[in-house]
Design a protein around this ligand. Structure first.
Ligand SMILES: Cc1cc2nc3c(=O)[nH]c(=O)nc-3n(C[C@H](O)[C@H](O)[C@H](O)COP(=O)(O)OP(=O)(O)OC[C@H]3O[C@@H](n4cnc5c(N)ncnc54)[C@H](O)[C@@H]3O)c2cc1C
Length: 400
């Protein structure tokens, strides 16, 4: 057995032995898994819960990963609550460093290398994996992706003070890292396939304003380009872009997107699509098996952000406590952590009618997505305007 996968147990109560009753089992110790546990404990203190995770189970807030460099934070400093305290506070058994390899929905059991446990109800809170960057060969070992604390520790230790970092992808995570790295004194170049940053979320004027604000921090943009090859160059690497141009850097950060972890569910015969398919009660295609967070596709949508998973966790906790509850999302703006130009975005539904109406003023940019009847469908706010997100969120579905 891989020593890294030796199960580490934290008991909710000292001297407590695992309950002979089947526990509720949660797989995953990210924001989704722990939010379900926390919300459930507000309703039910007695039912045994076992949380199993392939990482160390210490609690941290993942969004902090993309603004921690300028604050000089190490991975250890980003842990807000150690696993043992989580177990004690939430009265749960936490089985850490344990990768679940199979789910048996008939026998209601989960298995890992060397062990298994039965469940009464199972919650999959498995998160998402970085999309593979596809760069292979010498130099590829200098390409990092930051999706958890271990990744962050490895990336941070590979950074040399004042060094050069090439970022693949100028979406939300790529742009946040560009801002954080530039503010921390690194020379940053971003290779982005789209015509402006976050082009799937914000209209062009805001994208250009964000690109300009980061360019003022010396971020160099390569729009409409993809990296095709990597090779060693001096102590670092050179990327060859699809127009033949080259970008040299000490290390590369891949931020080209995430893909829901669906393999475990697919292996168990659950219905999967872009994520693990669940209904509005977060129920998968198997009875007593639920999915939440970045791994879940709710009503056809994967929303890999904190506010949706909090809503999911509340609804699911009510269902687990015996009060079947369906998810109803309120408007949930996403705050983009780019202090060079603060942004708050509520993207319209993918097939929303109408278009953007953009107003630029001294206090920032306000872009409203209106349908043909001038009903507000979504918004993107930049600069001081971003502080108005709650007011605009309250107007969604009403005349702007
Ligand atoms: C750098 C970065 C910045 C972000 N910033 C923002 C932001 O500003 N605002 C926002 O709303 N969202 C942001 N997000 C997105 C947000 O952080 C995620 O939506 C959220 O953290 C996902 O939580 P999760 O619990 O679903 O997944 P994860 O945190 O990935 O947790 C998955 C868990 O499942 C476990 N696991 C997976 N497979 C197995 C298995 N087979 N056996 C056992 N355990 C398993 C893992 O070990 C882990 O504990 C950001 C994301 C990143 C990467």
């Amino acid at each position: 057995m891989d020593p890294a996968l030796t199960p580490t147990l934290s008991q909710g109560e000292r001297g407590q032995t695992p309950s002979p009753n089947r526990p509720i089992v949660i797989i995953g110790s990210g924001l989704a898994g722990y939010s379900v546990l926390r919300e459930f404990r507000k309703r039910d203190q007695a039912t045994p819960v076992t949380l199993i995770c392939s990482d160390d189970g210490h609690f941290y807030s993942k969004p902090n990963l993309s603004n921690a460099l300028v604050a000089g934070k190490s991975a250890e400093q980003l842990v807000s609550t150690p696993r043992a305290k989580m177990a004690a506070d939430l009265k749960a058994e936490i089985v850490a460093n344990t990768r679940v390899t199979a789910v048996d929905t008939t026998g209601k059991k989960v298995r890992w290398n060397g062990g298994e446990t039965a469940y009464s109800k199972l919650i999959l809170a498995l998160g998402a994996d970085p999309i593979p960057h596809g760069l292979a060969g010498p130099g590829a070992d200098k390409v990092f992706a930051v999706n958890d604390l271990q990744d962050y520790a490895a990336f941070r230790s590979a950074l040399k003070p004042g060094g050069r970092v090439a970022i693949l992808g100028g979406g939300l995570i790529g742009s946040e890292f560009a801002n954080d790295l530039a503010a921390a004194g690194y020379a940053v170049e971003v290779v982005h396939l789209g015509p402006w940053p976050l082009e799937r979320l914000i209209p062009e004027p805001l994208g250009r304003a964000l690109a300009d604000a980061l360019a003022e921090k010396h971020v160099v943009w390569h729009f409409g380009r993809a990296a095709k090859a990597i090779e060693p160059a001096g102590a670092g690497v050179a990327l060859t872009l699809d127009d033949g141009s080259r970008v040299e850097a000490d290390i590369v950060l891949s931020a080209i997107g995430l893909r829901s972890r669906t393999q475990l569910a697919a292996g168990a015969g659950l219905r999967v699509n872009r994520g693990i398919v669940v209904d509005k009660a977060l129920q998968t295609s198997a009875s007593d098996v639920y999915a939440v967070g970045d791994c879940a596709e709710v009503d056809g949508q994967v929303l890999p952000y904190v506010l949706p998973l909090m809503q999911q966790a509340r609804a699911l906790a009510a269902t687990l406590a015996g009060e079947r509850s369906e998810l109803r999302y309120p408007p949930m703006p996403v705050v983009v952590k780019t202090p060079a130009l603060p942004l708050a975005v509520l993207p319209p539904a993918p097939n929303a009618e109408g278009g953007w109406q953009v107003d630029c003023g001294d206090d920032g940019i306000c872009a409203l997505h209106l349908d043909d009847g001038k009903i507000l469908q979504g918004f993107a706010l930049a600069g001081q305007q971003a502080a108005q997100r709650a007011q605009y969120a309250a107007k969604v579905g009403r005349p702007a």
